[in-house]
Design a binder for this molecule. Structure first.
Ligand code: AMP
Length: 112
């Protein structure tokens, strides 16, 4: 079981900013920007590489939740970044799909 499943099950605490039937969002414990939230599905999808057609609605929902949180946080106009890491070379460390929502600073390109 991943650490994110334990957060969904309330076995370990998290600073939750948003929740509905499909998604949960909470602050990253090691923020890489002044605002760094993780948006995850309650369904244990490993990453985008393992997602199926069946997950289409969930994936779309997660993106819209990100946009809604950014709006609530007042960072939509200034801008922010969404990132999802996949497997080893993508830099994934927790094998439960998550979208990093990073904001409140200027982002750089290319990423590391
Ligand atoms: P990734 O490396 O893309 O798999 O991202 C995993 C993220 O989860 C990292 O940014 C970690 O800092 C974050 N993380 C790990 N454990 C926790 C936790 N218990 N609560 C919140 N964020 C966590």
């Amino acid at each position: 079981m991943t650490i994110f499943q334990k957060i969904i099950d309330r076995e370990i605490p998290a600073n939750i900013v948003y929740e509905d039937d499909i998604a949960l969002a909470f602050h990253d414990v090691q923020p890489q920007a002044p605002f760094h939230v993780l948006v995850i599905p309650k369904k244990p999808i490993v990453n985008i590489a393992t997602a199926t057609q069946e997950d289409k609605t969930i994936l779309g929902h997660l993106m819209l939740v990100c946009a809604e949180i950014a709006k609530m946080e007042g960072i939509a106009e200034q801008g922010y970044r969404l990132v999802t890491n996949i497997n080893s070379w993508g830099g994934q460390s927790v094998y439960h799909l998550h979208i990093h929502l990073l904001g409140k600073r200027q982002m750089q390109w290319p990423p590391g």
